[in-house]
Design a protein. Structure first.
Ligand code: PAF
Length: 283
C-alpha cells in the first residue's frame, strides 16, 4: 500500500495505472475509520482494479472550530485497517496541499437548493465546504467511481447534483448505512457518546422506523407524524434539530402525492450530534 501526501505523486501513480488500463475507485473519508467506511472500501474493490482512499479532515466544512479541533484523528489505526483490507493507495494531504492559497480566498462551490435546508440550516457553510473539497478530490484523482455512504443522505444528494451539473466524469456510487446490533448508525461521532448513551441512541433508528410505518398506514398527515416524532425525541432526552419527511429527488418537503420519500433526522445526545435517515418507497 502506498501513502501519498502530495497531489503530484498521487497523480503519477494514477497515470501509471491508466497506462496499464486499470480502473480506479475512490473513497473519500475524514479518517477515524469504522466498519461503515470499510464497507465502502469493499464496494470500491468490487467495482475497480485499484482503490484509493483519502483521509483529510477538511477544515472548510467545519462551521465550529471546537468541533474541528475535537474531531478524532487516528491515522495509525486507519493505516493498519486499510493495509489489512488491501487498499492500494491512501492519500493524506495537508490543509496546505489542499488549500495552498488559504481557505479564506479559495474558490468555493455551492449547490443551490441542496445546501440551505435540513443540516444546512444549522451548519452554515458546511455543504459549500463539502462540495468544494469533493470537487477538488474528484478532479485530482480522476477515478472511474467515487463511493459515498447513504448515512449522509443530504451530502450524497448534494454530491450527485454537483457531479451532474458540473459534468464531472467520475460516477458517484452510494453504499448502505451500516448499523450496530441495536440499530444505531455507525459514525465516527458515536465515540462522543457514553456507553449508556450509545444504547439510548438506538431510539433514533426506532423512531425513524415508526415514522415509516405510520407513513405506510396512510392515516395521519405528514405534519402530525413529524411533530409527534419530534416530541418523542424530546421526551427521550434528545435535542432534536429536525425530523422531516422529504422527497428523495430534491429533498423538498413531501406530501401524500410523493411516492419516493426519505425520512431524515438530526439530533443531539450528550456531546454527539447524530444524523440518520431511512427511505420509504410508496410506489
Ligand atoms: O463524509 C465525509 O466523511 C466527508 O464529508 C467527505 C465526503 C470525506 C468530505 O470531506
Amino acid at each position: 500500500m502506498h501513502q501519498f501526501e502530495q497531489i503530484s505523486t498521487l497523480q503519477t501513480q494514477v497515470k501509471k495505472w491508466r497506462q496499464q488500463n486499470k480502473t480506479i475507485a475512490f473513497v473519500p473519508t475524514m479518517g477515524n475509520l469504522h466498519l461503515g467506511h470499510l464497507s465502502l472500501l469493499e464496494k470500491a474493490k468490487q467495482l475497480a482494479d485499484k482503490v484509493i482512499v483519502s483521509i483529510f479532515v477538511n477544515p472548510l466544512q467545519f462551521d465550529d472550530k471546537a468541533d474541528l479541533n475535537a474531531y478524532p484523528r487516528t491515522l495509525d489505526a486507519d493505516m493498519t485497517l486499510l493495509l489489512d483490507h488491501d487498499c492500494d493507495v491512501v492519500f493524506t494531504p495537508s490543509a496546505n496541499v489542499m488549500y495552498p492559497n488559504g481557505m479564506d480566498v479559495h474558490t468555493t462551490i455551492s449547490v443551490p437548493n441542496m445546501d440551505d435546508k435540513l443540516c444546512g440550516l444549522n451548519r452554515p457553510g458546511h455543504f459549500d465546504g463539502v462540495a468544494t473539497v469533493v470537487a477538488k478530490f474528484l478532479n485530482i484523482v480522476q477515478a472511474d467511481w467515487a463511493i459515498f455512504g447513504e448515512k449522509d443522505y443530504q451530502q450524497l444528494s448534494l454530491i450527485n447534483r454537483m457531479a451532474t451539473e458540473l459534468n464531472l466524469s467520475t460516477q458517484i456510487v452510494s453504499g448502505p448505512t451500516l448499523r450496530e446490533d441495536n440499530g444505531l448508525a455507525m459514525s465516527s461521532r458515536n465515540q462522543y457518546l457514553t456507553s449508556e448513551q450509545r444504547s439510548h441512541a438506538a431510539h433514533l433508528y426506532r423512531i425513524l422506523q415508526d415514522v415509516k410505518a405510520r407513513i405506510e398506514l396512510s392515516v395521519d398527515s405528514f405534519d402530525l407524524i413529524q411533530q409527534q416524532a419530534m416530541s418523542a425525541l424530546t421526551e427521550l432526552g434528545f435535542v432534536a434539530e429536525y425530523l422531516d419527511i422529504r422527497r428523495t429527488e430534491d429533498l423538498d418537503r413531501a406530501d401524500r402525492q410523493d411516492k419516493s420519500l426519505v425520512i431524515l433526522v438530526a439530533a443531539r445526545l450528550g456531546k454527539a450530534r447524530l444524523i440518520d435517515n431511512i427511505t420509504c418507497d410508496l410506489a
